[in-house]
Write a protein that binds this ligand. Structure first.
Ligand SMILES: *Cc1c(COP(=O)(O)O)cnc(C)c1O
Length: 462
């Protein structure tokens, strides 16, 4: 680092300059960012974040879908501080364990659905899904069926950005940049009614999308299929909520077929849908469940895979060494912080309140946005919602090319004190679960005003 850079540290200009010079951001168009300069976020409290210029924003995305308990909880900072002083690091390899890792695993067994009683810790959601891929293939090998290797995922799914995570994801742009997916991963239709088949009856479409799994299993041969992985609601794909007919049909198919079902609950876990887990909201019983994000409310990087008794018994009793693990699997500081987060979620009944009070109110007010001339559909569950921006409502006309109006709307939101994310021309929110009813009103009023401003500025982008 140069002496000048050090001397200049601490102002927006110097941060932006150093950022441009040295920092390669995730999921970012570098040239575009460098032309504009990054927004430097410097602090946060409750449901608000502040940038280095002093602007206050209502964080409608809870960071990246993760700050479920809101910002600024001292208990989590204290848990980290105490653990760092006592034991900042030790691993869980070589027949060792640490109290925070042990206590968090017991707490997770208690809070997750009853048949999930074991956890493999990771550092992130992507690592969790890498672990899923390793573990399902290992499971079938131990069961004497080593040819059961293929994992079926869905178009437009998001399962992370590591090689396995990006391969399981169904995002064409990611695949195109990395020669992905890796072999043994295939994708089926997503249950995205508005985007894929708006002309169809939703219930019929839900059945069709679910039966794509059955058809794919038949096509590949059931003896070659290891697992089906899916998010209960697709998050990064655009808050895609399947029609009511979808999950019961998937459940039927999984029950009839000898494959594992993996729920990626990295977003839907820990209260996002107003229930502890999305699996409970939809009444599905995964054999494996990926978790991260809300596990620590983002205060520390930590993830895991919850493993059902059925799979754990095989791995424990019939396996020798499972040759898989991360240096930071069950990191004591991250585990202590996650446990403090889960106790707050449980003891303050934050999820119950999100399910019974804040979520329903948010959904009621969000649905009012459907009257706006730019909005072709609103949808949501619990503390998750989306709306589709359209050029005209009936007959429906989408914006072309897609994505420009969404980006405009997102930038207008940020300039007007609201973090709302754009996926193509779908605007999405996933606020902290601790949002108050007054903050719901603030979010809706800001969103409505930003839709008006977007409508007035369409000519700038199309
Ligand atoms: C964010 C996300 C991941 C990846 O998690 P990282 O911690 O970013 O690696 C995986 N699955 C889903 C559903 C996600 O939303």
């Amino acid at each position: 680092m140069s002496h000048d850079a050090t001397a200049a540290a601490g102002t927006t200009d110097s941060w932006q300059q150093q950022d441009r010079a040295h920092h390669l951001h995730p999921f970012t168009d570098y040239k575009a960012l460098n032309a504009k300069g990054s927004r430097i976020i410097t602090r946060a409290e409750g449901c608000y974040i502040w940038d280095s210029e002093g602007h206050k924003l209502l964080d409608g995305m809870a960071g990246l879908w993760c700050v479920n308990i809101g910002y600024g909880r001292k208990e989590l900072a204290e848990a980290a501080y105490a653990q760092m002083q006592e034991l900042p690091y030790y691993n869980n390899f070589f027949q060792c364990s640490t109290p925070p890792a042990v206590e968090l695993s017991a707490l997770l067994a208690e809070l997750t659905p009853p048949h999930l009683n074991h956890v493999f810790f990771t550092g992130s959601g992507s690592e969790s899904n890498d672990t899923v891929l390793r573990m399902v293939r290992y499971y079938w090998k131990l069961k004497g069926k080593p040819y059961k290797k293929i994992i079926i995922a869905r178009d437009n799914a998001y399962h992370g950005s590591t090689v396995a995570g990006a391969s399981l994801s169904g995002m064409k742009a990611m695949h195109a940049q990395g020669d992905l997916p890796i072999p043994g991963i295939v994708h089926i239709e997503q249950p995205y009614h508005f985007g894929v088949a708006p002309e169809m009856d939703p219930a019929e479409f839900g059945l069709r999308a679910a039966r794509a799994l059955e058809r794919k299993i038949d096509e590949l041969g059931e003896c070659n299929v290891a697992a089906f992985i899916a998010e209960p609601i697709q998050g990064a794909g655009g808050v895609i909520i399947p029609p009511d007919s979808y999950w019961p049909e998937i459940k039927r198919i999984c029950a009839e077929r000898d494959i594992l079902f993996v729920a990626d609950e990295v977003i839907t876990g820990f209260g996002r849908l107003g229930t502890w887990f999305g699996s409970q909201y939809y009444g599905i019983e995964p054999d494996l469940m990926s978790i991260a994000k809300g596990l620590s409310s983002g205060y520390q990087p930590i993830g895991g895979v919850m493993v059902s008794d059925k799979v754990a018994e095989v791995v424990i009793d019939q396996g020798g060494e499972f040759f898989h693990g991360y240096t930071y699997s069950g990191h004591p500081v991250a585990a202590a912080v996650a446990a403090a987060n889960l106790r707050i979620l449980r003891d303050e009944r934050i999820i119950e309140r999100a399910g019974a009070e804040v979520g329903p109110y948010l959904q009621k007010r969000w649905a009012e946005l459907a009257d706006h001339p730019l909005v072709g559909e609103t949808r949501g569950v619990g503390m998750l919602a989306a709306l589709e921006l359209v050029r005209a409502k009936s007959p429906r006309q989408d914006f072309a090319p897609a994505g420009k109006v969404g980006t405009l709307c997102r930038d207008i939101c940020v300039d007007n004190g609201l973090v709302m994310r754009a996926v193509r021309d779908t605007m999405i929110i996933s606020p902290p679960l601790v949002l108050t009813l007054e903050q719901v009103d603030e979010l809706i009023e800001k969103a409505a005003r930003c839709l008006d401003l977007t409508a007035a500025r369409l000519h700038e982008v199309i």
